[in-house]
Structure formats: structure tokens, C-alpha cells
Design a protein. Structure first.
Ligand SMILES: Cc1ncc(COP(=O)(O)O)c(C=O)c1O
Length: 400
């Protein structure tokens, strides 16, 4: 039923696009000079350096936090932050199922047990009502994930936390520059963690940052990252067991230069996301994720969207993703819910935790609906985005 010109590229037709879309990371002379300055200083580790110290101050300011503690990545940053707010073996921590595995594996690495509160299918964000329903006498903390860079309803999360005496560690790995009702995320809860891994809105290839407003938590973040040392203490004075999780000066120099670009890049992505949403939603079967009304700044790390057209005879989601990739449009199929991950389930069992509950919204999102574009598409021109929309429209109209 398809003609030669409109047949899908996956069936041998002409692809909509043959060149890559968008570029990430963006860099120039500023980054070259910053890295050379760190290199020529001859001080590459942060102990005697200045770049990591500056980054901690400037990044904390960006997220309106009193303290920033740089680290090697967000996975370890989350483990350290969870430990620093008092989580330990056997404590339960409520996490969303629709996230990167590190949200749960960081808890398991310190012996804490993730339990799951399902997401809202229209936003893919953890739902405060479901968090409340998941609280047990063993629950000690909530780890909301600002998925895709969209802040979670932090009023709702903090309200549940206050009423049940729970700690909150924000997984802000994807949410640089994001804000809930005008408050930058990260230190709305007790602590928050950001990632600087290659694909993130601020990157040095790898890296992470922990933030907090609480001076006691700050001391612990610093200490666990520094092999259990004490600020101002002797080099071989280890007051607790910790790890060496320090960032290098070269990474921090690069991040300081990249940080200058962040506001403009975030504004470009915000505009591009609005442009993309308006056009995608004109295609039958395509539904954009809802952005909660309290989101006053979104980092637009990834662009997840819902394909509901399979019910009307269109391609099932995985085939849709393959067809779109064949059209020259990089298309992801979203997370596999971590409540279903075998490694996570085995470790929960080994630690004596309860079997993870089913999370129907996250599981349906994965099985049937969610497709995603990565950040470079939101850094691209309108003409590039028009190609994306043309390809989605072409695949969405196809009837097998
Ligand atoms: C939601 C979330 N949490 C944690 C992480 C872990 O970050 P990192 O790769 O810096 O360890 C990521 C990174 O992909 C993430 O997306």
C-alpha cells in the first residue's frame, strides 16, 4: 500500500535524512584555554588545586545550594549522598521505577533497599501519592528523579517527607539548571546529585556534583569522598571509612568553561522542545509528555514522548523506533523499568528486602508507549527538527 517515494526506509525507501543531527558537546577556545591553564599549573589533582574548589562554589550557586562537593560521577555521588543523610544497611529508600539503574544501585551499594513508587504515565515522574502509599516502618528516604530534566513535584515530595520523617536525596543527574516553582533543584531536599557524564547538559566526559544546604551533610559528603578524612585534619587522619572519589583539576577546568555556555544552551533547548512538541502533537497517535505546572526551568536533557498509534493499527513501539532510525533519525526506546531488572531484584533479595512491587505505569510506558530523542536533537536547528517531525509523521502514517 506504500509507494516508492513514501515507502519506509526500513523497507528500502528513501530515508528522510542522511546526515547527523545536532552536535554534543559544544566547545571552543574557552575550553582549550581552561584545560591548558590546568595542565600548565602542574597541579592536576584537586588536593592542592583551585579549579575544583571554584567549580564547587560556582555550581552550588547555579543550583542555589550552600555547598557543592565535586566527585567522580553521579552513581557514586548518589551512594555518598544517601550515606551522608543517614541511610544504611536494611533501610528502605523509595525510588521511581522509570530511571537509570544507578538510582537504585547506589542505594544497594550501601546496603539500603530500594522500594518502588510508580510514575505518572503522563509525565514519567514519581507521583507523591504513590510515594506515600509505599512508605513502611523501614522507609528512611525518598529519591525523586528529575527525569529528562523535568523537576518532580517537590512540594508534594517534601510534604510526604515531612509528615513521615524521611530524608530526601534528589537524583538531579539530568537536571542542571532546572527549577521547581523558581527554586533550582538539588538542594530542595537534604541533598542532590548531578552527573557530568558525556551525554549530560553539562559535561567533562565524566564527573559529578553533590549539593546540600546542610553543613553537617556537607562535612560527610566531603569526608566520604576523601577517604574518610576530616576537613582541616591530618593527611593520615581517617575518622570514618570512605573512598577516593575526587574529581581532577582538568575536569573542573573544562566544566567551568562549559558552565558559561549552559544558560544559552538551556534556552535553546527550551525553545526547540516547544517547537518540537507543537509539531509532533499535530501527528495522530503522538502525545508529548506533560510538563508539570510547577516546572519553572526544565533542563531538556532528553525528549521522551508517547506513541499511542499502535492501538489504531500503527507500528508497535519497537518497530516504530527501528523504522525511525532507518529514516536517519536517532530514536531511543526509553528505560527498562528497574523494578524488573534482574540484578536489582537479586540484590534486594540477597539483602532480605521485600520483592519489588509491580509498577504498571512504568511497565506499560516501556512495553508499549515511550520513545525518546537524545539531547543533540534539541540542540539542532528548526530545519533539522522539521526533518525529525517529517520522519515521525511518515512512520506514524504507515499501516503494516
Ligand atoms: C537519573 C540518573 N541517575 C544517575 C545517573 C548516573 O550518573 P553517572 O553516569 O554520572 O554515574 C544517571 C546517568 O546516566 C542518570 O541518568
Amino acid at each position: 500500500m506504500t509507494t516508492a517515494t513514501t515507502s519506509l526506509a526500513i523497507h528500502g525507501g528513501d530515508p528522510v535524512r542522511t546526515t547527523p543531527i545536532g552536535q554534543w558537546p559544544e566547545f571552543g577556545l574557552e575550553e582549550e584555554e581552561a584545560i591548558l591553564a590546568a595542565l600548565r599549573s602542574g597541579i592536576w589533582g584537586s588536593i592542592d588545586g583551585t579549579f575544583v574548589d571554584r567549580l564547587e562554589v560556582e555550581f552550588a550557586e547555579l543550583q542555589a545550594a550552600k555547598h557543592g562537593v565535586a566527585t567522580v560521577n553521579a552513581t557514586m555521588g548518589l551512594a555518598v549522598a544517601m550515606k551522608s543523610v543517614g541511610l544504611g544497611p536494611g533501610d528502605e529508600v523509595i525510588v521511581p521505577p522509570y530511571t537509570f539503574i544507578a538510582t537504585a544501585s547506589a542505594a544497594l551499594m550501601i546496603g539500603a533497599i530500594p522500594t518502588f513508587a510508580d510514575v505518572d504515565p503522563e509525565t514519567l515522574l514519581i507521583d507523591p501519592d504513590r510515594i506515600e502509599a509505599a512508605v513502611t516502618p523501614r522507609t528512611k528516604a525518598i529519591v525523586p528523579v528529575h527525569h529528562g530534566g523535568s523537576p518532580v513535584d517537590m512540594d508534594g515530595v517534601m510534604d510526604v517527607a515531612r509528615r513521615h520523617g524521611l530524608r530526601v536525596v534528589e537524583d538531579a543527574a539530568q537536571a542542571h539548571g532546572a527549577a521547581w516553582r523558581g527554586r533550582p533543584v538539588g538542594a530542595i531536599g537534604d541533598a542532590g546529585v548531578f552527573s557530568f557524564q558525556s551525554s549530560k547538559p553539562l559535561t567533562a566526559g565524566e564527573g559529578g556534583m553533590m549539593v546540600t544546604n546542610d553543613p553537617e551533610i556537607d562535612e560527610l559528603l566531603w569526608s566520604y569522598r576523601n577517604v574518610g578524612r576530616r576537613r582541616g585534619g591530618e593527611w593520615y587522619q581517617h575518622v570514618r571509612l570512605g573512598w577516593n572519589l575526587r574529581m581532577t583539576e582538568l575536569q573542573a577546568a573544562l566544566l567551568l568553561a562549559q558552565m558559561k555556555r549552559l544558560p544559552d544552551q538551556q534556552a535553546r533547548r527550551t525553545e526547540a522542545a516547544a517547537y518540537l512538541t507543537e509539531r509532533l502533537e499535530a501527528i495522530p497517535g503522538v502525545v508529548a509528555l506533560k510538563v508539570p505546572e510547577g516546572v519553572t526551568a526544565h533542563s531538556w536533557y532528553t525528549y521522551h514522548w508517547r506513541w499511542l498509534g499502535a492501538r489504531a493499527g500503527g507500528l508497535p513501539k519497537m518497530e516504530f523506533a527501528r523504522a525511525l532510525r532507518a529514516e536517519g533519525i536517532p530514536c531511543l526506546h526509553g528505560y527498562v523499568p528497574i523494578n524488573r531488572n534482574e540484578a536489582v531484584r537479586a540484590e534486594i533479595k540477597r539483602l532480605g528486602g521485600a520483592e519489588p512491587v509491580a509498577c504498571p505505569a512504568a511497565e506499560k510506558a516501556d512495553a508499549e508507549e515511550i520513545l525518546a530523542f537524545s539531547m543533540p536533537i534539541l540542540m539542532a536547528t528548526h530545519a533539522d527538527i522539521d526533518d525529525v517531525v517529517r520522519a515521525v509523521d511518515k512512520v506514524a502514517r504507515y499501516r503494516p
